[in-house]
Ligand binder design. Structure first.
Ligand SMILES: *Cc1c(COP(=O)(O)O)cnc(C)c1O
Length: 427
């Protein structure tokens, strides 16, 4: 079946990107790169002491660095890779402060803004300890500004929590599919949550328009923000060090296959961009989307990016993967990633729930449905025979959210997933 037919009929599929180019010349055409990633990383280091002060309970062993563990997952490896091969999990579902991959981009952009404002006003100087930003004069400055964002949930959580902690006013425009517990958590932090009856794209559009009229309102634009994108890309530096610590080689004969859950493309796009900068042709990045909302795959396959929505092919964006419930991809990300991406896959909600259950049962790991989208990758790649070197491949699942998932939500997901898991096992 052609990819487009698979998408419109909600048939799970693996799409291989025939437009992919050799990494080095493809990256050379992009007007930013390693220098901007290093600058973003340095900024995150400058802010680490402040984050550690603001979130003492969550900061963890890395102080105030927003980072997650990379670990082997032997139970999942047996389940997902029966033919053998190495499987690792990059645990962004445990990221401090926001509990999802959105902590990388969202927090980074708010920190960027805070630094810029404080320096402009002469309240922060080169070499200062950034805990200085907790002082009364700085908080008064930040309190004059509003940070706003449109979100299906997790981006709002990340920006709302860091924004409120720094003293900004924060507006979060939530789409109708945002989970109640995410709205509640934000309101507890003093964030202004504005609920829309519309989808994610419309929530973003309303937020953007409201901010345009107000110079004291900084809108974080998930559809085209370079700062968000760079915040995500920094993940690649840490991953490189973590792979080295585990003794995992990544080179032409030991390729790294990375599976990234994808909504509008910002998080997986930024991370993939960073990975390509760091590992070049040796890394293969695959985006994973629900069959109900495969917006990035649709945009890439048709070349239309945000000019086409999944509604146009008869889909409804009805998915339990709220973090991926997006009808139109980011054109900024789609165009940038088109020559770099190795492919994309789609999977049903049932399969995501199955994997949520598998993660809990086999690894004791709590993830939200969105975070399980990439779990379909290893088997698909192995069956497709994308590479002949099965033994030499390292498969990496990027688990993107779940740390603050309430027990009750998780229990419901597990119940659904368990039935599917057991039915599959009995087959
Ligand atoms: C937002 C999100 C993603 C995907 O990020 P995009 O930038 O929307 O592509 C993946 N997983 C979770 C849990 C998310 O919240």
């Amino acid at each position: 079946m052609k990819t487009l037919d698979c998408l419109s009929s909600k048939t799970p599929t693996l799409w291989i990107n025939e437009q992919r180019e050799p990494t080095t010349p493809a990256l050379a055409k992009i007007p930013f790169g390693m220098a901007e990633m290093r600058d973003a990383q340095a900024r995150l280091y400058r802010f680490a002491p402040l984050i550690a002060e603001l979130f003492p309970e969550e900061a963890g062993p890395l102080g105030g660095l927003i980072e997650s563990e990379l670990a082997a997952a032997p139970g999942l490896a047996d389940y997902l890779l029966p033919q053998g091969g190495r499987l690792l999990v990059k645990k962004d579902h445990q990221l401090p402060v926001a509990g999802s991959v959105k902590a990388r981009g969202g927090i980074y952009e708010v920190l960027f803004l805070a630094e810029q404002l404080a320096i402009e006003q002469g309240l922060l100087h080169h070499g200062d300890n950034y805990t200085r930003l907790m002082a009364e004069d700085v908080r008064e400055l930040f309190a004059r500004y509003r940070v706003s964002v449109g979100s299906t949930g997790n981006l709002g959580l990340s920006i709302g929590i860091i924004g409120a902690a720094l003293g900004f006013k924060v507006d979060v425009h939530m789409s109708h599919d945002a989970k109640q517990w995410k709205k509640r958590r934000l309101r507890q932090k003093g964030v202004n949550v504005i609920e829309h009856r519309s989808d994610y794209g419309s929530a973003v559009a309303v937020g953007r328009t409201a901010a345009e009229a107000d110079p004291f309102n900084h809108f974080i634009d998930d559809e085209k923000s370079l700062q968000l994108f760079l915040g995500y890309s920094v993940a690649a530096f840490r991953l490189k060090a973590q792979l080295a610590d585990l003794g995992v080689r990544v080179d032409a004969s030991h390729p790294l296959f990375v599976y990234l859950p994808c909504g509008n493309g910002g998080a997986p796009g930024g991370i993939s961009f960073g990975l390509k900068q760091v590992f070049g042709d040796a890394v293969h990045c695959f985006f994973a989307e629900p069959t109900e909302a495969p917006c990035m795959t649709l945009g890439l396959v048709t070349g239309k990016h945000a000019e086409i929505s999944v509604y146009d092919i008869g889909l409804g964006v009805r998915t339990a993967a709220d973090g991926l419930a997006v009808a139109r991809p980011s054109t900024f990300v789609g165009e940038l990633i088109a020559p770099l991406l190795s492919g994309a896959l789609t999977l049903s909600d049932d399969m995501m729930m199955n994997y949520v259950y598998a993660a809990e049962r086999l690894e004791g790991t709590r993830i939200e449905p969105s975070a399980a989208a990439g779990f379909a990758g290893p088997r698909l790649i192995t069956e497709h025979a994308f590479s002949k070197q099965f033994e030499e491949i390292t498969h990496l699942l990027w688990t993107t959210g779940g740390r603050y998932l309430p027990d009750e939500e998780h229990r419901k997901n597990l119940e659904q997933g368990r039935e599917i898991y057991e039915a599959e096992r009995n087959n």
